[in-house]
Design a protein around this ligand. Sequence first.
Ligand SMILES: [Zn+2]
Ligand SMILES: [Zn+2]
Length: 311
Amino acid sequence: MKSTQLMDEQPWSRPWWQYSEGNGPALFYIVSIHALALTGLILYPLPGLWVLALALAVASIGGVGTSVCYHRCLSHRSLRLNAVVENLLIFFAIFNAAGGPMSWVANHRHHHAKADTVEDVSSPRYGGFWWAHIRWIYQWSGSEVRRWCPDLDKRRYRVWTRLQIPIIAFSIFGGLFFGWEAFFWLGAIRLVYVLHFQMFVNSLLHMTPGLPEGEDSSRNLWWLGPFQLGAWGENWHRNHHSDANAARFGRRWWQIDIGWYVIRGLKALRLASDIKPTKDILRMEARRATDTRASEITEDSPLLERCGQDA
Ligand SMILES: [Zn+2]
Ligand SMILES: [Zn+2]
């Protein structure tokens, strides 16, 4: 097998710095924000309270954008969002550097369809931790929109692909309006933070130790949740893989799922609809419906009478 062919089929066999076609800017972005964040941490190791609060707030809204809009709404169609809310959440997801909605959804649906196989976008089993964590972002050639999300191939989503670079530039440099400390903390430091805590979903949450090949590698990791801020709930990744159409990722009352609470709030405000329940709820409803039907067929019902006569 030629080495270029092997690289295409197993892109993790490339050296880490070798980006795939068209992904040079992604690698440049990752290296730049890390260099900027490091500089910021040396110059301003302790941010002022309001800068920190603002950085956490922006990161949290972006986390909700990724978890509720990109993940549950657009990728899995687990709910429908009001168009204004949807667009606002897309803006904040891009502001957190999650990428445009079309590429995110294509990669994500591909990940679910091929999870734990050699064709998985971000499998740590085949590519190792760093591949799953960050290398796939600039070394994966990108899952095809036409194949994985033709439903999103519309002007209202395509426009975000074009807006991506100006939004990211604003995201990195916007803090400058408030001075250098805000520049580093609202920009690069926030972006490095959210990048890693979102990427743990692909790396850590697919690394179950001692698992035989071919088994579902997804797992729940409770301690990751609080660090994910607005995307808290994504840490229940095994729950999600086992019931990917459900809008709710938590299964127990103690499994905190910020995205789910946001969805409940939006539903109360009539800004979210068509919310898909978990399999457990569906099973319970089916059982209840069967019980109701059974109780309706009383002994003197015509159906039973007929059955009795037939016997
Ligand atoms: Zn998913
Ligand atoms: Zn997964």
